[in-house]
Design a protein around this ligand. Structure first.
Ligand code: ATP
Ligand code: MG
Length: 272
């Protein structure tokens, strides 16, 4: 399978301006990752490891200081702003907090429609597409006329997913998409993500600090710590024989891991 996205040797330093002057945080120190078409790469790591920085750098929302990102055979660092804008529909992102992509004063439909304005001129066609998207994520077409506060946290995340899917992306970057939800709701959203991936032939880069969740969804896992990928490989292999001390420690610190994974897998694999 060809790569959907490939990042090579990414570096990124954040500059924070505080009362004591400027401090620099080296958030990415030579990160390389690749996701084959149709696969899911999970990124797991502690808070502050650089996961969100990586997500934003990969999509050129906050470009890296050095290194390359290629989507298919397009090097995002070598194209014009205009060409980058034209690439945007191919790349979707889902955030931890669904409220961040929903305006509380706009109807859900209006928020999703924003992502469609560029390539669908007719309002009627857009509404129809929004209805279709909402149905795809397990809501109703008529929900587009309601406001975000009328929905639960899980439903709002479904809306965030619908919005990310609106322009028909091939890649979804999911940055802690279930971390703010209760465990039972997490399972529903994870199963939805699996179904959507099959239906729409998507490629996922899935970020979480929760190893249970990452292992459930991912074909491969990259373990991130302090701005670096310390270990990466096929999920089964990493679980069976983690080679780096950091990874082993991480796995030891997550004792419910195997049970929980079996339950998730059981739910999923038992379907005909
Ligand atoms: N815009 C910013 N300005 C300054 N520092 C930043 C900025 N964004 C991130 N950082 C710092 O860069 C480092 C990596 O942050 P990042 O948000 O990428 O980590 P993360 O792995 O996503 O963490 P979390 O699990 O808490 O979401 C942290 O030390 C963070 O404080
Ligand atoms: Mg983050």
């Amino acid at each position: 399978m060809p790569d959907c996205i490939r990042a090579t040797d990414l570096w990124k330093t954040h500059v924070r301006r505080g009362v004591l002057g400027r401090t620099r945080v080296r958030a990415l120190k030579g990160v390389s990752v690749a996701v084959s078409q149709g696969k899911t790469l999970g990124i797991v790591g502690e808070s502050g490891a650089g996961k969100s920085t990586l997500a934003r750098a990969l999509l050129y929302l906050d470009p890296p200081d050095a290194g390359t990102v290629s989507v298919g055979d397009v090097d995002l660092g070598r194209i014009s702003r205009r060409e980058l804008r034209r690439m945007r529909p191919r790349l979707g992102i889902v955030f931890q907090d669904p409220n961040s992509s929903l305006n509380p004063r706009l109807t859900v439909g209006a928020s999703i429609e924003e992502a469609l304005l560029q390539h669908m001129r007719r309002r009627g066609a857009r509404r129809e597409r929004v209805g279709e998207l909402l149905t795809q994520v397990g809501l109703a077409a008529g929900d587009q006329d309601r406001l975000p506060h009328e929905f639960s946290g899980g439903q709002r995340q479904r809306i965030g997913i619908a919005r990310a899917l609106a322009a028909g992306p091939e890649l979804l970057v999911l940055d802690e998409p279930v971390s703010s939800l209760d465990v039972s709701i997490q399972a529903q959203i994870l199963n939805l993500l699996l179904d959507l991936k099959d239906e729409l032939d998507l490629t996922y880069l899935f970020i979480s600090h929760d190893l249970n969740v990452v292992a459930f969804l991912s074909d491969d896992i990259a373990v991130m710590s302090n701005g670096r990928i310390v270990e990466q490989g096929p999920t089964e292999q990493l679980l069976r024989a983690p080679s780096e001390p950091y990874t082993r420690q991480l796995f030891e610190d997550t004792p419910v891991f195997h049970d929980r994974r079996l339950r998730y897998n059981g739910d999923r694999r038992s379907e005909p």
